[in-house]
Design a protein around this ligand. Structure first.
Ligand code: GLC
Length: 732
């Protein structure tokens, strides 16, 4: 015991020595206790007190009173070796101040703002005694049927990496031991977003090259950014569950990336190895997960119930346990948990502050994507009466979206914001879709109120529209129609919303659609009846003020799609960086024998990176600093971007490349850079992107990361379907 106090003199400098000193003293039960996480209970029973004092649990997580967190932390520190708890929570997009869902945050293409917003979210959560968050979720998703597409950053590894890194920096700040910092947790490691048929928890089949070049990219980027932990996923990855997968957990994460934090399983994912059919019982599940490299088990107790006996029966190498405990202790030391980190226990949750609300509103505003704006319907003028139609204009919880911990009492709805801007007398509201008779907890509530086919509310909505000069219709999904377990086989507008728009359109007045949803939706026919469409995702606490600012031009929409919008669910999976195929339809659109459909256009409804503005931007033809670049060198691409309209605005300028021929087929485009460029009306700026040849690397058929010489194209463009390519060559 003498050694520890000395080492504590330079806490962060001697972590490995402190771990060694501690590990030497730990019993096998104490080690297995560190590998076990329980859900935060409502009540601390006498048994739980004893368990904590015996070092039975290394972590707690979840909703609950901060006083219980503090009491359990105190009890844990009373254990023989005084090992503190790491205390987790799903602070996914704002703890007290609700931020846009992560898919909406990605639509901002503004990592710096995401980092700033995440920073205050970390402070809010840390203030109630949480010190670990199960975020960022970085599952690449190319199937909007999958409910959890809402929680991630979309289809592209480059954009998802930028967002994931910004989020980690926001949570972890400059030091893990900062009492305002949270240890971040990259999830779900790995491939969960490729769930077959978009059905949650379903199998994933990802060729290793695609796994490494697409799905692992954001996780690798956050490792380089110093992320503290990862969460192993539910899905079977090529038949081997991600929570018992030696390739991803040992070979890639540890041997190749040299990650030295720890891995927690997803909720009961260790126990679920039995259901996967790779473990006969809990003992085998524990053996497989620990041997593969899952350091901590969330909620299920296979480790605690089986690991000691597995070691005794020589079915589990005790070294694997020591490695797991070492990883866990390393993060606890880095977080300052052994060195007096405070464990706050305020009586109430923090309230949003003017600063947090202002930042959240900015992010909500920047997340919105203008999909259509015929005849410059938007921005609206502030005169005349406005009909506001749709439940989503007036639902404080729906606008927060899935996995929100924000208190909906702080939500400012669009209806409220519109009334305060225009005067209540100028706003006529009608829900359009009446809340179902079932009430809370009913099937409709579970499926989402908007799933209801009830049309009883149509007459009042039409009446409201008749009295107004402008009609705003709020469409989309309830907040609980996306997220975990909320996959949809159809991604049409739920319920009778399309029919509602049909009725309103008969009046012949311009209708502006504001869509709140947790995923891309297919609503082509409805869009034809709308003069303008603003896609707002689920924008968080400040949805109302943000939407109002954009609708009336106090803010200019700058959002760009982080995910492709299909014309039909039948096109899924659909994403911009597809391989060309041997018969690309775009090359010969009239040729029947091409990779396309006979019933709809093969292109998306809206492409990745797409988003309109109230102004217009002109791009000059991109040029390259040279026609070729030597392997290992750099080449610069540039173009002039002009704001050719009447509004000052940012433009998210995107940079894509394509290798025309290589040892394996390469995607028709890949995002390699983006820049938010502020342009006053009439202003031109010269925009450059510097590309090094190693950014063109990919995993070849032998799984070697290589850049191959050859002919390339590059675009500087406003989205993934625009621009004129500039040719360049990479030479040895
Ligand atoms: C859930 C989710 C995961 C979350 C965890 C703890 O099942 O899959 O994202 O962090 O359990 O709530």
């Amino acid at each position: 015991m003498f050694l520890i106090p000395l080492l504590a003199l330079a806490p962060q400098a001697n972590i490995e020595a402190r771990i060694d000193a501690l590990l030497k003293q730990m019993t096998l039960e104490e080690k297995i206790g560190q590998m076990s996480q329980m859900g935060l209970p409502d009540r601390i029973t006498p048994e739980l007190r004893k368990e904590m004092q015996a070092g039975r649990w290394g972590s707690i997580y979840g909703w609950g009173k901060s006083a219980n967190r503090a009491e359990l932390q105190k009890l844990a520190k009373e254990s023989r070796l005084h090992i503190p708890l790491i205390i987790g929570f799903d602070d996914i997009h704002g703890y007290a101040t609700g931020l846009p869902i992560p898919l909406g945050q990605a639509a901002s293409w503004d990592p710096e703002l995401v980092r700033a917003c995440t920073r205050f979210s970390a402070k809010e959560a840390a203030s109630v005694g949480v010190n670990w968050t199960f975020s960022p979720m970085m599952d690449i998703a190319r199937d909007p049927r999958w409910g959890r597409i809402a929680e991630g950053y979309g289809e592209d590894p480059f954009l998802a990496s930028a967002m994931g890194v910004a989020t980690v920096q926001g949570y972890q700040g400059t030091s893990l031991s900062d009492p305002d910092s949270l240890a971040a947790c990259g999830k779900h490691y790995v491939g969960y977003g490729a769930a077959e048929s978009g059905r949650d928890y379903n199998s994933t089949w990802i060729p290793e090259g695609e796994l490494r070049d697409i799905y692992l990219k954001p996780f690798e980027a956050t490792k380089k950014a110093g992320i503290a932990t990862y969460m192993s996923a539910f899905n079977a990855l090529n038949g081997v569950p991600a929570s018992a997968n030696p390739l991803t957990l040992r070979q890639i994460l540890r041997k190749e990336w040299k990650f030295d934090g720890f891995v927690v399983s997803d909720y009961a994912a260790v126990h679920e190895l039995i259901a996967h059919g790779v473990a006969a019982d809990g003992a085998e599940a524990a053996q497989k997960a620990i041997s593969a490299g899952v350091d901590m088990e969330m909620v299920s107790q296979e480790y605690f119930q089986n690991a000691a006996k597995l070691v005794k029966d020589r079915k589990l190498n005790p070294k694997d346990i020591d490695v797991a405990v070492r990883n866990i202790l390393r993060i606890k030391f880095r977080m300052g948990l052994f060195d007096g980190r405070p464990q706050p226990a305020p009586a109430t949750d923090p309230a949003p502050t003017p600063e947090s609300l202002a930042l959240a509103k900015k992010l909500s505003t920047e997340s919105m994507v203008l999909l259509k704006n015929n005849a410059s319907t938007l921005p609206l003028r502030t005169t005349g009466k406005v009909a506001v139609i749709g439940l989503l204009a007036d639902n404080q919880s729906d606008q927060l979206g899935t996995w929100s911990s924000a208190d909906s009492k702080y939500s400012v709805t669009a209806l409220e914001a519109l009334k305060s801007k225009l005067g209540a007398e100028n706003v006529i509201y009608a829900p359009g879709i009446l809340p179902p008779k079932g009430g809370r907890g009913s099937d409709a509530e579970v499926r989402g109120i908007l799933a209801d086919k009830n049309t009883d509310g149509f007459p009042a909505a039409v009446q409201a529209a008749k009295q107004a000069d402008v009609v705003l219709v709020f469409l989309g999904e309830n907040g609980n129609m996306s997220g975990e377990g909320f996959s949809r086989a159809s991604i049409d507008l739920p319920g009778a919303q399309a029919e509602l728009v049909d009725e309103l359109a008969k009046l012949g007045k311009p209708i502006v659609g504001v869509v709140m949803a947790g995923r891309p939706l297919t609503f082509h026919d409805t869009t034809q009846k709308l003069s303008a469409v603003l896609y707002a995702w689920h924008p968080g606490t400040m949805a109302g003020p943000a939407i109002t600012d954009v609708l009336f031009g106090d803010a200019i929409p700058t959002g760009k799609l982080p995910v492709t919008f299909p014309r039909s669910v039948g096109q899924i999976p659909i994403y911009y960086s597809q391989l060309p195929t041997g018969r690309p339809a775009a090359a010969e659109p009239t040729d029947h024998f091409r990779s396309k459909y006979i019933d709809i256009d093969f292109t998306p409804e809206y492409p990745f990176g797409y988003g309109l503005s109230y102004t217009t931007f002109q791009y000059s033809k991109a040029t390259a600093s040279a026609s070729s670049v030597k392997m290992g060198g750099k080449i610069v691409f540039s173009c002039d971007v002009t704001n050719s309209g009447h509004f000052n605005s940012d433009e998210v300028v995107q940079f894509y490349t394509h290798q025309k021929s290589a040892s394996v087929a390469r995607p028709v485009r890949e995002l390699k850079g983006f820049l938010r460029v502020a342009l006053k009306a009439g202003q031109t700026k010269h925009v450059t992107f510097t590309l090094s040849t190693d950014e063109l690397a990919f995993h070849n058929a032998k799984m070697k990361l290589v850049t191959e010489p050859g002919e390339f194209e590059a675009w500087i463009a406003k989205d993934s379907a625009s621009g004129t390519p500039v040719a360049f060559r990479v030479t040895r």
